[in-house]
Design a protein around this ligand. Structure first.
Ligand SMILES: [Zn+2]
Length: 352
C-alpha cells in the first residue's frame, strides 16, 4: 500500500482521471481507523461485578493512576469493602470498556489516552468511552465488555452487538511529560494494525457466527468482474445472496462488507469459520502490485487478530469443507498461473 498508484495494465488511465493528481492530503479526510471491532458484548467492573475477584486489576491502569485526574474519574473514591483490586473499584456509571487488544497495534500507553466511539448499531446510539481492560476471554464469543452505565446509555443488553472504533483523530492530547518515557506521536509510532478500510458497505448476505465459533481460516477469491459489479452483487439480496468480508480493488483500496464476527457467504460449506477476501480481477489477471500489498497487509492483520494459523489460508477451490471442490476456477490466476493450493501457499510464503 505504500506504492504509488499507477494505472493497471488492463484498464486505461482515463478510467480514473483525477485520481492520479490527487495528492494524499487532498483525498477526502478519511478517518484513520486504528482499532475497530464489532460483536457481542457484556458488562464488567464495579462493586457488584462478582465475576471479578476482589483483588483483580485492570490491564491498562495501576493504582498510581488513581492520583491522575485524567483517569481517577473512572474509579470510586474508595475501594468497595473487601476489595483491593481496581476492577471492582471502577465506577460502573462511567463509560469504560474492554476489548482484546493487540498491544503491538494499539500499545497500552496509546489506549490509556484514547477515546473510543462506542455504538449500538441497532439503534444508532453512540457514546465516547475509555479503554480500561483487556477482555473478554475469547471463549465467551464476545468482542467487548462495557461498563454497566455505558451499556445502559446505549440501550445494550448482554449479547447485543456493539461496535467500537478508535481513530487517530480521537486520541486525547497528551501534555508534555518530563518522565524518561517520552510519549511519541500516536499515529506515527503505532505499528501497522488493521489496514485502512476505505469504506464499510454493509452486505445483507451474512449471518451471525454461532457463539464460540473460532475463525480459523482465510479464503481468497477473485471477483471475475469489476469492483462495481462485486460491490453491487454483495449488496443485493435477491439473487445469489453472496458476500465477502473484504473486497480489494486493483489500486489497493479495501472495502469491508461483513464484520469479521459474522459469517459471509463466499465459500459454500466453509463459511462458518472463515473470512473471505475478494480481489478484483478477471479470470486472466494477476494481482496488481498495490492490490497484492493491501491483501498481504490485511492477511497479516487477520492472522494476528484471530490467531489463524498461516497454513490456513486457502484459494476458494481448495478450501477444506468447500462443498464443490474442483467446482470453481476461483481464485483464477491472481496468485500464480497454476490452479493449485501450492500456488497460494507459495504466494503467502513470499508475501505475507
Ligand atoms: Zn471465489
Amino acid at each position: 500500500m505504500t506504492q504509488k498508484r499507477k494505472p493497471s495494465k488492463k484498464k486505461p488511465a482515463a478510467k480514473r482521471p483525477q485520481r492520479k493528481k490527487t495528492a494524499k492530503q487532498k483525498i477526502q479526510p478519511v478517518e484513520e481507523i486504528l482499532f475497530r471491532v464489532e460483536g457481542k458484548m457484556s458488562t464488567f467492573g464495579g462493586p457488584r461485578d462478582t465475576g471479578m475477584s476482589a483483588d483483580e486489576g485492570l490491564a491498562l491502569f495501576t493504582p498510581a493512576d488513581l492520583q491522575d485526574p485524567k483517569y481517577s474519574y473512572l474509579f470510586l473514591p474508595t475501594p468497595p469493602p473487601g476489595t483491593t483490586g481496581l476492577g471492582r473499584r471502577l465506577n460502573p456509571d462511567k463509560y469504560y470498556f474492554a476489548c482484546r487488544w493487540n498491544y503491538n497495534d494499539t500499545p497500552r500507553e496509546f489506549l490509556k489516552r484514547a477515546l473510543a466511539r462506542v455504538e449500538n448499531p441497532a439503534n444508532g446510539r453512540t457514546a465516547d468511552a475509555r479503554p480500561a481492560d483487556w477482555g473478554p476471554n475469547i471463549s465467551t464469543g464476545r468482542a467487548a465488555d462495557l461498563s454497566p452505565g455505558l451499556a445502559a446509555a446505549l440501550g445494550l443488553q448482554t449479547d447485543d452487538v456493539v461496535r467500537i472504533t478508535i481513530s487517530a483523530l480521537r486520541a486525547i492530547p497528551v501534555k508534555p511529560v518530563k518522565s524518561a518515557k517520552q510519549a511519541a506521536p500516536v499515529s506515527r509510532t503505532a505499528p501497522p494494525g488493521k489496514p485502512v478500510i476505505k469504506q464499510f458497505i454493509r452486505s445483507p448476505n451474512c449471518s451471525s457466527r454461532n457463539v464460540g465459533t473460532k475463525i480459523d481460516k482465510i479464503v481468497l477469491h477473485c471477483t471475475e468482474g469489476s469492483l462495481a459489479s462485486a460491490l453491487a452483487e454483495f449488496q443485493t439480496s435477491d439473487s445469489r445472496k453472496v458476500s465477502a468480508h473484504y473486497v480489494i480493488d486493483r489500486n489497493g483500496d479495501i472495502y469491508q462488507m461483513v464484520n469479521d464476527a459474522d459469517c459471509a457467504n463466499h465459500c459454500m460449506g466453509a463459511n462458518t469459520g472463515s473470512i473471505g477476501i475478494e480481489h478484483v480481477g478477471s479470470e486472466t489477471d494477476a494481482l496488481a502490485a498495490p492490490q497484492a500489498a493491501a491483501s498481504a497487509a490485511l492477511i497479516r492483520w487477520l492472522l494476528q487478530e484471530h490467531q489463524i494459523p498461516r497454513t490456513n489460508i486457502f484459494g476458494h477451490d481448495f478450501t477444506p469443507g468447500y462443498s464443490r471442490p474442483g467446482g470453481t476456477s476461483c481464485p483464477d490466476k491472481l496468485f500464480g498461473p497454476t490452479h493449485s493450493q501450492a500456488t497460494i501457499a507459495a504466494w503467502i510464503a513470499a508475501n505475507v
